[in-house]
Design a protein around this ligand. Sequence first.
Ligand SMILES: C[S@@+](CC[C@H](N)C(=O)[O-])C[C@H]1O[C@@H](n2cnc3c(N)ncnc32)[C@H](O)[C@@H]1O
Length: 271
Amino acid sequence: MLKGKISDEEMKLVRKSFEIIGDIVIIEIPEEIIHLKNLIVNAILKKHKHVKTILRKVGEVNGVFRVAKYEIIYGSETETIAKEFGCKFLVDPTKVYYTVKLSGERERIAKQVREGEKVLVMFAGVGPYAIVIAKLAKPKVVVGIEINPKAVEYFRKNVKLNKVDNVVIYEGDVKEILPKINEEFDRILMPAPHSAENFVYLIKNKIKVGGIVHYYTFASQNEEKVLPEKIKEIFEKSGMVVEILNIKECGSFAPYVNRYVADVKIIKIID
Ligand SMILES: C[S@@+](CC[C@H](N)C(=O)[O-])C[C@H]1O[C@@H](n2cnc3c(N)ncnc32)[C@H](O)[C@@H]1O
């Protein structure tokens, strides 16, 4: 849509893709072509007529809450409802982490959940994993823990919005909350790829022998081959002998750095 309106040099700098969350578009526009902002906004609006707000990403996902920095370049409303697999998620991407890019991954995990399982989602955000699992599978309970108060507020609203009654929410730091939960889970999700390694020790005695941990991590493409051994060692250091059932890439984080998920089976707990 911009062809003929901008130079070839400028065209090379235009990002070829952007994320659409409900009626909000999130796009990167490099500083060198910021003078093309209005042309880009108009092109998006022409193609995606339902869009009410366009956010320009100006800072990477960062901090404990894992929220990127944005500037509003069109519209004013930053709250929206995203839909995935018949579930609705009320979110404000300027205040909480949420991405539609992981919706396929959430469905993949929900399909593995057997009837009656007790599932724990550490780092639960606004509840997409917990709610998709509660909706698509038949778990006994899904427990979610989240530290960002705004994300917890949306998580509570999303539980109501999706009419799921077997989701339990805890607000706070997993390091304080999890040791106080006297449960053993069949499945634990650790969707905090930037630092999951630092939290593995918490799940010993919370995951059943034979249970599955979905462990997310960032790694460079060069590291991919050694990831299974590395993850095994991380679990072993925390007193768990594991088998890596599957490792797959599920998105990119930076050039040559991907997000990976490992499905980890707990074979033995060692004291
Ligand atoms: C990468 S986001 C994933 C959120 C959600 N699972 C999703 O996929 O949309 C990681 C989340 O973990 C939360 N978080 C970070 N450190 C935490 C901690 N120590 N205890 C509980 N939650 C934490 C952040 O606030 C953030 O919402």
